[in-house]
Design a protein around this ligand. Structure first.
Ligand code: SF4
Ligand code: F3S
Ligand code: FES
Length: 247
């Protein structure tokens, strides 16, 4: 049985406001269905980014009742019929309009991670990896680049000034993935994580892992092991000796 639900949706740019809507909800629907119904019936100019409606493209990220979520994977049955549901754009990135933000910060940070560097003399087909190494990479490769972890991380959420020095959990995880890859020969990934990507600013609050729709253990499996590797790298007495000689 359908019912009428109350929504508050952010409309406009930075000087916009929350607007109230009453919309029909049917069994089995997700929040993105409601946004589409709003576009079809009451707000044809409402801007929203989406693509797959299957939790795989990472486009429909927004905040629902203040929590970073995918619009297409949030079932209406999560809420009571009497509840007012508030949908706002991702807070950490500049607002374009309505529910659409400019996420280019993330692409800038992605470009700053040096690419996978296998041994130069290794031919395609000659790659050999242990199953345990494959599985470790596979967890990180589930990332759909929804940037919900980036949105929730307090280091940049209300601190625009930290964005230059901090790459955020998604890209620190990418550095960790490459650092743990047995065939990657790029030098000094731990040092890059510390210096170029601001790993030290992460104080392991784990909020990133809590909002990840792919349930990736970002903090436990990527960020903490990367911090351990940074510590090993910096305080290894032999490496310190050579570093000191270079300084
Ligand atoms: Fe989204 Fe998870 Fe990837 Fe972060 S790690 S961008 S939350 S899928
Ligand atoms: Fe931010 Fe995740 Fe670290 S939320 S502080 S990157 S554990
Ligand atoms: Fe693709 Fe939601 S529309 S993840």
């Amino acid at each position: 049985m359908g019912y009428q639900a109350h929504f508050r949706v952010w409309r406009g740019a930075d000087d916009g406001e929350l607007q109230d809507y009453t919309v029909e909800v049917n069994e089995g629907e997700v929040v993105l269905d409601i946004v589409h119904r709003l576009q079809a019936t009451q707000a044809p100019d409402m801007a929203v980014r989406w693509n797959c409606k299957a939790g795989k493209c990472g486009s429909c990220s927004a905040e629902i009742n203040g929590r970073p979520r995918l619009l297409c994977m949030t079932r209406m049955s999560t809420f009571t019929e009497a509840e007012t549901i508030t949908i706002t754009p991702l807070r950490t990135f500049p607002l374009v309009k309505d529910l659409v933000t400019d996420v280019s910060y993330n692409y800038t940070k992605a470009r700053e991670v040096p690419a996978f560097t296998p041994p130069a003399d290794l031919e395609p087909g000659e790659y050999r990896m242990q199953q345990v190494d494959v599985q470790r990479s596979q967890e990180f490769r589930k990332c759909i680049e929804c940037f919900l972890c980036q949105d929730t991380c307090h280091v940049i959420r209300d601190h625009e000034e930290n964005k230059e020095a901090f790459s955020g959990p998604r890209f620190l995880m990418r550095v960790a993935e490459l650092e743990m890859h047995p065939l990657d020969e790029a030098r000094d990934r731990p040092e890059q994580a510390r210096g170029d990507h601001g790993l030290g600013m992460c104080n392991i609050t784990k909020c990133c892992s809590e909002v990840c729709p792919e349930n990736i253990h970002i903090t436990d499996n990527a960020l903490i092991p990367l911090k351990e590797r940074v510590a090993d790298h910096r305080y290894d007495p032999i490496l310190r000796f050579f570093r000191k000689k270079q300084e």
